[in-house]
Ligand binder design. Structure first.
Ligand SMILES: Nc1ncnc2c1ncn2[C@@H]1O[C@H](COP(=O)(O)OP(=O)(O)OP(=O)(O)O)[C@@H](O)[C@H]1O
Ligand SMILES: [Mg+2]
Length: 272
């Protein structure tokens, strides 16, 4: 059997933060522990797209950051292709790439310069790279001339597409995508999803993607984990989950498991 792409055993992560008790004066804040992940177990085989669905604060980004070696777990072990994320973080980093909404760029440099920088960092500039980048950007619906303008002149959606294209460029074995399509218009969402499908077809890549979009998860993922309050509540293919919980859609399944609607909560969050 091949080594699992992701193997997590008993991973727990808590953050210490200062909180005010209900009714306490504003200046009286106590240190409280907030558990972001409760002893989590997870194994993901190489290949395929696994989705993580869950409301705000359910621990999705914490999980992604631990796998990306940006956070260390308080206890338990996490391995990526057999490498330990704490003890063998350097090896893990060569196999993993993370895309998130708050992507970091050199804003004065162009998308092309940013990409070359990223590719050099990973020792990955080859002949034909520029052509490949142009192809991906085109698939993502970005005009060709954008590639040589300073990043700061691009819209947020365009910058997000560059972040996605950049992550493909470095050919990771495990791609961690933290809400890559949040904030994109419906057409751009479709373009990003189409590129993911293309990539999956043409290379051996494992994708872990967090999303709030149930339809996106149903369309892209062969396996979906539903999280709430730092725990995995359900795990299976979209069809299996619907069958098991007697729902027509993933939204129904989430409602059945938690008594709340994921998308309604979203709308409230935006309104706040
Ligand atoms: N650096 C931090 N310091 C303190 N608390 C944190 C920190 N990072 C996350 N948390 C807390 O841990 C919990 C899980 O956060 P996390 O970012 O993993 O959620 P999420 O599922 O990604 O949510 P969202 O959908 O809003 O992105 C939340 O209660 C959050 O407030
Ligand atoms: Mg998050």
């Amino acid at each position: 059997m091949s080594v699992p792409a992701i193997e997590i055993q008993g991973v727990r992560k808590a953050f210490r933060r200062r909180e005010r008790e209900a009714g306490a004066p504003w200046w009286k804040r106590e240190w409280k522990e907030k558990v972001a992940l409760h002893e989590l177990d997870l194994a993901v085989v190489p290949g395929g797209i696994t989705g993580i669905l869950g409301p705000n604060g359910s621990g999705k980004s914490t999980l992604i950051r631990i796998l990306g070696t940006l956070l260390t777990p308080d206890s338990g072990t996490a391995r990526v292709f057999g490498w330990d994320v704490v003890k063998e973080a350097l090896e893990v980093r060569t196999h993993v790439n993370r895309v998130s909404v708050e992507a970091a760029f050199f804003k004065e440099l162009s998308p092309w310069e940013n990409m070359v920088y990223a590719a050099r960092l990973y020792g990955n500039v080859r002949r034909g790279t520029r052509r490949r980048v142009l192809e991906v950007l085109e698939l993502l619906g970005l005009p060709r001339d954008v590639i040589d303008q300073p990043m700061k002149q691009l819209s947020r959606g365009q910058q997000q597409k560059v972040a996605i294209a950049r992550s493909f460029l470095t050919a990771p074995s495990l791609l961690l995508m933290d809400e890559p399509t949040t904030g994109l218009d419906p057409r751009s969402k479709k373009e990003v999803q189409a590129v993911l499908e293309t990539l999956r077809a043409e290379r051996e890549i494992t994708v872990l993607i967090c999303t709030h979009d149930m339809d996106e998860a149903a369309a892209l993922c062969e396996r979906v984990l539903m999280m709430d309050g730092g725990r995995v509540l359900a795990d299976g293919s979209p069809a299996e989950l619907c069958r098991e919980h007697g729902g027509a859609t993933l939204e129904d399944v989430f409602m059945h498991l938690t008594g709340k609607r994921l998308e309604a909560e979203e709308a409230e969050e935006v309104a706040r």
